[in-house]
Design a protein around this ligand. Structure first.
Ligand SMILES: [Zn+2]
Length: 131
């Protein structure tokens, strides 16, 4: 059975199912900011078994409505765990990363406690253009 069929039969929210109907995040990379830099690669870990989620199973949207920030909303499906791990963060043209927490966007560099750690693992590498 296809992943999407498994997910449609599960009790996931409509929003999560819609994320899986989007292309993979990998296929939408890199996120390029004019002159300043670009974000090339992301990898996400399953919340259950902490193994990397296959790129094809990590799907969602990259909102480029603003010139200097991109909002990534994604869901990763781990087939062995039958578990969905949600991801939401913003990447900025100055190479900052921010995450929503209690309705406010926080910088990823603040403190690598457990919460940030999990999200930070989603970022694999980022480098400036012309470097
Ligand atoms: Zn897993």
């Amino acid at each position: 059975m296809q992943d999407i069929e498994i997910l449609r039969k599960s009790k996931l929210s409509k929003e999560t199912i819609e994320l899986f109907e989007q292309p993979s995040i990998a296929s939408q990379l890199p996120i390029v900011f004019n002159e300043d830099g670009q974000w090339d690669e992301f990898s996400g870990e399953c919340n259950g078994c902490h193994t990397p989620i296959p790129q094809e199973a990590l799907r969602g949207t990259i909102d480029r409505s603003w010139p200097n920030v991109a909002t990534v909303t994604a869901a990763g499906f781990c087939r062995p765990c039958l578990l969905v791990t949600p991801f939401k963060f913003r990447v900025h043209s100055d190479m900052r990363m921010t995450f929503p927490r209690n309705g406010v966007w926080h910088e990823a560099t603040a403190r690598p406690d457990g919460f940030w750690q999990q999200l930070l693992q989603f970022l694999k590498k980022a480098f400036l253009k012309n470097e």
